[in-house]
Design a protein around this ligand. Structure first.
Ligand code: NAG
Ligand code: NAG
Length: 752
């Protein structure tokens, strides 16, 4: 039949064209089947019975060429899921698809030449071609619905797309290979260089290949997902499955809801991707692989471990070292790593457990589905070329055995859904932690258990002791230092027993490493601002936002103020005072850790033309009230009587609800309960805020703070800086201006 078509190439098209006129009346409504008496021309299509898929001729992208293909019928963007004549396009609109009598689909061009055909090993009486609701194009006998008797189906010849129900893998009986191959480009469905295929060497795994180069690897199926696809999870769109039996090995999926349109395909750049159709948005990318550079096969070489979170991404597994350190130092890591301590199989090696990884390449692996992990370990330990073992199926309790022969390659670290693997190690390296080799099985387990327990206890005892000694020493040092310096400082002159004071200082001491970690190594981006004594950084400590005040190292004055602040504020608890969470004294470093105030300080609001509009009168009143409460507490209600000495807008912080919190106690002075004033030779504070009697005579009392408060109130109300105030009529500051305007008995600060 086919031969006769070829021989009568001239007459045939005319015949076809004649019968085409005849068939038009038959294919007037959407049908899903063609019979031997029908055929499809360029402007005809058939549609699956539920209307989801359509088959006919189309031109991809910008191309003018015509291809016979199947696409989604219900979505706006034409998306071909299968193409018949991938390699040989029809250059005009005269293509014809026909099913011949023995059951072969043929695609003819204008000259009647067959440019594509399906194949079959059998013949049937009454062949038809039918487009199923799944998008599968079927050739079968019209009266035989037994899948085993189908002559041909397009699902057996995937192009770049895996539809629900299609298989990706291999038929072990027939040898059929279901794999995806990329299009050359959007305009050319011809076979590109990229393929995604199942590798049956060792335990099966999928490869994404670029020509003959294996580019990325799915890793072996572990019962839940592929080891290299940690993001393959239970979801609301599709259910995936991996089938591995004597007849076939394949991956497939089905959609959970027939109204969802989702496909898995390989794109022209070789990436495998899952796309889901969203009305109004089009195709939305759901998953894509390779996900990152660490998916590049063997990037870090043998026993190398890839982690995208690191820079460079490659490292050696624990207890392994670079095989060529000089190259590694220059960022070339493909040579991989070697064991720090060589193996000695004769003497007996052990195994060390590594967790959270993508299982290495299984090309040279062996597996058994019924063995336990213990049997697996025994099997591996008995063969000196066996380098690792693990559980084959991690679903449920875990079962089966997977062994690797030869060096392990292509290991990646995951933060979630990584797997465990037990790697062969010299017995000295695996001691105490790993499962050692040789001896009877039962006894072995016991001794390991006991020695493990003993070494853990010993270790924790040693650490505990060391920590205790260290803490004790630190505390002693601190106390001595505080004692030494305390004697000479104001705060202790006023009758405070420094012993009890340091003892009462129940403030968490944080170590430098913790703070560095919390502030990203004091990074520029964490910097909140720089003050008189150092820099303030934002940080994150145990989920809480913190502000770290880091004193500049060489500020002698800063150290005294630091101690002062710690002692002062640690004792103070009031909702209008900023809360000190801890401090850090380590070497030269001195730091205070406060709760973080997201709205920064008051001056950033009241003096800023735009931000000040946020502060309406009720808010301003609320702030003034809060500052007054805080001050009242310092002056009257706290156990210590504190004079802040540096109350100003930049030392009032605002929390998220705009509650004011007085901060910066670096200059504060404490008094005995009944004491209210003192004289000091060292006047500290900020000019413009200071009371005249303090600024001029050094006479200090709670009234000094009240004066500061007054200035602050004027600033909050006026939105003008006391010192930056300028008026055409006079050269006074804000206070002077207020005095003139009101005639009130506010002291005029003349200390500008
Ligand atoms: C399927 O999806 C449609 C639209 O999203 C929804 O209305 C319908 O309830 C879903 N059906 C099932 C069985 O989940
Ligand atoms: C160890 O395993 C390898 C790979 O399966 C095999 O070729 C070799 O014969 C085995 N050696 C022994 C001693 O069993």
């Amino acid at each position: 039949m086919i031969r006769s078509m070829n021989t009568s190439t001239k007459a045939f098209p005319i015949l076809l064209r004649l019968s085409f006129l005849f068939t038009i009346s038959i294919i007037s409504e959407a049908i899903d089947t063609i019979t031997t008496t029908q055929f499809i021309t360029d402007n005809q299509t058939i549609v699956s019975s539920d209307g989801s898929f359509e088959m006919g001729f189309f031109s991809p992208g910008n191309s003018k060429n015509r291809y016979l293909g199947i696409w989604y019928n219900k979505i706006a963007t034409q998306t071909a899921v299968w193409v018949a004549n991938r390699e040989i396009p029809i250059t005009n609109r005269s293509g014809i698809l026909k099913i011949t009598n023995p059951g072969i689909l043929v695609l003819l061009n204008e000259t009647g030449n067959i440019i594509w055909s399906s194949n079959t090993s059998r013949t049937v009486q009454n062949p038809i071609a039918q487009l199923l609701e799944s998008g599968n194009l079927l050739v079968k006998d019209a009266n035989d619905d037994n899948p085993d008797n189908f002559l041909w189906q397009s699902f057996d010849y995937p192009c770049d797309t895996l539809l629900p129900g299609m298989k990706l893998g291999k038929n072990l009986v027939t040898g059929r290979d279901w794999y995806l191959s990329s299009w050359k480009s959007n305009n050319d469905p011809g076979r590109g260089v990229f393929t995604y295929w199942l590798d049956l060497r060792g335990y099966p795994q999928f490869w994404g290949s670029n020509g003959s180069v294996e580019w990325y690897r799915s890793g072996p199926w572990n019962g839940l997902r592929f080891s290299g696809n940690p993001s393959l999870k239970k979801n609301s769109i599709y259910k995936f499955n991996f089938v591995f039996n004597k007849q076939e090995v394949y991956y497939s999926y089905e959609l959970l809801n027939s109204s969802i349109v989702s496909r898995f395909s390989i794109n022209e750049n070789g990436f495998v991707q899952r796309w889901t159709w969203v009305d109004g948005k089009g195709w939305v990318l759901y998953l894509s692989g390779p996900t990152d550079t660490c998916d590049t096969y063997a990037l870090c070489g043998k026993y190398g471990s890839c982690n995208v979170g690191n820079s460079p991404v490659c490292g050696c597994l624990d207890k392994f070292v670079p095989s060529r350190p000089k190259e590694w130092a220059m960022g070339v890591s493909t040579n991989g790593c070697i064991r720090r301590t060589p193996l000695d199989c004769e003497k007996g090696d052990g195994f060390l457990k590594y967790s959270g990884i993508k299982l290495p390449d299984t090309q040279y692996s062996w597996f058994n589905e019924s063995m336990t992990l213990k049997e697996c370990q025994t099997a591996c330990s008995h063969n000196c070329t066996c380098m690792a073992y693990t559980t084959l199926n991690i679903s449920g309790e875990g079962s089966g055995c997977l062994l690797w022969f030869g060096d392990l390659i292509d290991i990646k670290e995951y933060t979630e859904n990584g797997q465990d693997i037990y790697i062969r190690m010299a017995s000295s390296e695996s001691e105490g932690l790993a499962i050692s080799n040789g001896g009877s099985k039962e006894k072995k387990g016991e001794t390991i258990g006991i020695s493990l327990a003993i070494s853990m206890v010993t270790l924790s005892l040693i650490f505990g002791l060391l920590f205790y000694v260290w803490r004790k020493k630190q505390q002693q040092q601190q106390q001595q230092q505080l004692k030494r310096e305390g004697r000479t400082r104001d705060i202790f002159k006023h009758g405070y027993n420094n012993e009890s004071q340091t003892k009462d200082l129940e403030l968490p001491l944080l170590d430098l490493a913790t703070i560095m970690n919390a502030t990203n190594d004091f990074s520029e981006s964490n910097k909140l601002g720089a003050g008189g004594f150092g820099t303030v950084y934002k940080g994150m400590l145990e989920g809480q936002e913190i502000a770290v005040k880091r004193l500049s190292r060489n500020s002698k004055q800063g150290v005294d103020e630091f101690k002062n602040e710690v002692i002062c504020i640690a004792k103070l608890q009031h909702r209008n005072l900023v809360k000190l969470l801890g401090c850090c004294i380590q070497g030269e470093e001195k730091m205070l850790i406060y709760e973080y105030m997201p709205n920064k300080s008051l001056d950033s609001f009241i003096f800023d033309p735009t931000r000040s509009t946020i502060l309406d009168w009720p808010k301003r009143f609320h702030i003034i009230n809060g500052i007054a409460r805080g001050l009242l507490y310092l002056h009257q209600d706290s156990r210590l009587r504190i004079i802040h000495r540096d109350l100003k807008a930049s030392n009032v912080l605002l929390d998220i609800d705009m509650n004011p919190k007085i901060s910066d106690f670096g200059m504060a002075r404490s008094f005995r309960g009944e004491e209210t004033e003192a004289n000091t030779s060292r006047v500290v504070g900020t000019y413009g805020y200071m009371s005249p009697e303090y600024a001029i005579d050094g006479h200090l009392s709670v009234k000094s703070d009240v004066f500061n408060f007054g200035v602050l109130v004027l600033e909050i109300v006026s939105g003008k800086r006391n010192r930056g105030f300028f008026h055409l009529g006079h050269n006074l500051n804000l206070l002077g201006h207020v005095k003139i305007k009101t005639g009130n008995a506010i002291l005029i600060s003349t200390l500008n």
